[in-house]
Ligand binder design. Structure first.
Ligand code: IMP
Ligand code: MG
Length: 176
């Protein structure tokens, strides 16, 4: 049975927002180079679309993390499954993530990355679920605040599916 997916944010609206964010980031970092750290796997679609629209010089690196703990309680400690390839020392770093939910992942990760002596470090997220926040995270560049619903598309998955949808959608679980 195919899952029924309803559109929460259209492809057109996502793309327009990414263009706006890219313009803002390009202005803020004018005259500098930006080192983007894409958080795999979910951040990859957003990171590419954002990077394509930036007018400043960009380098890219990738990191994959997962929550560390048991099934019932998240410790808020993050395991690095794939670490960065390059040093971030002295670089203007922008972390690019698909969604900030509880906030635990980035709340843990940002201080860890700060210890690697970047010139600066900021966070850009496509989506934010403020109602779900358990740990403080400052989002410097945000696409959309969304309600507490499980979303897919634009990098976000449900059991590894639907990352490739070009819009943000909600799965209707009680679909026929
Ligand atoms: P948190 O902010 O530490 O709770 O974790 C954020 C991570 O949980 C994101 O990077 C996503 O991988 C995943 N996540 C949270 N909410 C959703 C959702 O609605 N759809 C798909 N993945 C989600
Ligand atoms: Mg993620």
């Amino acid at each position: 049975m195919a899952d029924k997916i309803s559109i929460m944010i259209s492809e057109e609206d996502v793309n327009a927002k990414i263009k706006e964010l890219a313009e803002e980031i390009s202005r803020d970092y004018a005259g500098k180079e930006l080192h983007i750290i894409c958080i795999l796997k979910g951040g990859v679609f957003f990171a590419c679309e954002l990077a394509k629209r930036l007018t400043i010089p960009v380098s890219l690196d990738f990191m994959q993390v997962s929550s560390y703990g048991n099934a019932t309680s998240s410790s808020g400690i993050v395991r690095i499954k794939k670490d960065l390839d390059d040093s971030m020392e002295g670089k203007e770093v922008l972390i690019v993530e698909d969604i900030i939910d509880s906030g635990k992942t980035l709340h843990y990760l940002i201080p860890v990355l700060k210890q690697r002596n970047p010139g600066s470090i900021r966070l850009c997220a496509l989506l934010n679920k403020p109602d779900r926040r358990e740990a403080d995270v400052d989002i410097d560049y945000l696409g959309f605040n969304i309600p507490d619903e499980y979303v897919v598309g634009y990098g976000l998955d449900y059991a590894q599916k639907y990352r490739n949808l070009p819009y943000i959608g909600v799965i209707e679980l009680d679909a026929d």
